[in-house]
Design a protein around this ligand. Structure first.
Ligand code: SAH
Length: 364
């Protein structure tokens, strides 16, 4: 560690460097949680001028089709009174705006609840949805009414825990400092063989197991609430349908992948979502798993082509942009197959449009 102050990093990097120098390496999950809390607290990262672009910011069609999905399942559940729209990590509030507009045309006008920790994004959401009610986590949501819950690119921002296979067995993957004072991944000193899943027992040296206890906790709470209160949920994110080995942790800044360890708090840290594990968690907590579909197939099943055609009729000058947006959301080489849509519902609620339980996921 350099004692020369001018060589010291600033902000969160300096805090981490002091902490590691004083007490040793910190778990990847700790690093990711603190880095993202710092990252989201102070900025709006969305859009062309920011760090990344999400589906609702690409086209109004995305939120509209989600709103119609919610109105449809609500109607087929008998149109119960007092249902709340709940969005986890609503960003600029764009998805909610488009979804609620489309849902209201279908006769569904719910109370609006947002779960958000970022002061910067809360301010933008307040401007777009003055009527909404904000929460820092799920614990304060109403517990006496059915909930229709939406989370787009929320779970990927929650911290992952990693285990790495060493010559001495499984260890927690941690963040330490190299001789130049840069952050670098290191294996923890305590044996972790007891928590490595059986399926990966034979993985070779260097193999990494990634899990997201924070995502599992969110899905467990959502599923428990659906089981007790009624309702349905959509989790949309990039991720994989079957369990896999390897680190998917990445950092994105100004639309480019950057070094995860370079500037904590200045880039968006994300990991792919393990949908099969989350479906099993949801079923164990008492919810129905409605299926996990690829985003492209799901949007096409919900009628994105017809919606694009109708938008083009009202705005012929925007025909090219509308077509390009629909392609970006659905094409396999773009967001169509990497992004998945997982549906959950209360035990007594109907199936979800466009979702099928054909493939992986669930307790199986
Ligand atoms: N859903 C939006 C924004 C995605 S970015 C969209 O699709 O455009 C991730 C969102 O989750 C941001 O609103 C961020 O502030 C919020 N977020 C990240 N970590 C969170 C946490 N632990 N608790 C609550 N919100 C969180």
């Amino acid at each position: 560690m350099a004692n020369d102050d001018s060589a010291m990093p600033s902000g969160l990097a300096a805090v981490f460097a002091r902490l590691i120098a004083a007490t040793g390496p910190i778990p990847i999950a700790h690093y990711m949680a603190e880095a993202n809390a710092r990252y989201y607290a102070s900025r709006d990262p969305l859009g062309a001028a920011g760090d990344f672009v999400t589906a609702p910011e690409i086209s109004q069609m995305f939120g509209e089709l989600i709103g119609l999905w919610l109105a449809d399942i609500w109607q087929r559940a008998g149109g119960p009174d007092g249902v709340c729209y709940v969005e986890l990590g609503p960003g600029r509030g764009t998805l909610a705006r488009d979804a609620l507009r489309a849902a209201s045309r279908a006769g569904f006008v719910p109370e609006v609840h947002f779960v958000e920790t970022s002061p910067a994004l809360t301010a933008l959401q307040q401007a777009a949805h003055p009527e909404a009610i904000w929460h820092h986590d799920l614990s304060g949501l109403p517990n006496d009414r059915p909930l229709l819950i939406v989370a787009n690119e929320f779970l990927d921002a929650l911290p992952v825990r990693q285990l790495v296979r060493t010559a001495g067995g499984w260890r927690e993957r941690m963040v330490g400092l190299d001789p130049e004072g840069r952050f670098t991944p290191v294996a923890g000193s305590r044996p972790m063989d007891a928590v490595a899943p059986e399926v990966f027992a034979k993985a070779g040296e260097g193999a990494i197991i990634e899990t997201s206890p924070a995502s599992a906790a969110v899905v467990q709470e959502v599923a428990g609430r659906l089981a007790r209160q009624g309702g349905a949920a959509l989790f949309i994110d990039y991720g994989y349908a079957d369990p896999q080995l390897g680190s998917t942790l990445q950092a994105v800044r100004a639309h480019r992948k950057v070094d995860v360890f370079a500037e904590p708090g200045e880039a968006d840290l994300t990991a792919h979502v393990d949908f099969a594990t989350l479906a099993a968690v949801a079923e164990q907590a008492g919810a129905r798993w409605l299926g996990t579909s690829e985003q492209g197939a799901w949007l096409l099943a919900l009628g994105i082509a017809a919606r694009a055609a109708s938008l083009t009729r009202t705005a012929p000058h925007a025909a090219e942009a509308i077509e390009a947006a629909a392609k970006r959301l659905t094409a396999p080489a773009e967001m169509g197959t990497l992004f998945k849509v997982m549906g959950l519902a209360a035990p007594g609620w109907p199936d979800g449009a466009g979702l099928a339980r054909a493939n992986s996921g669930g307790a199986g």
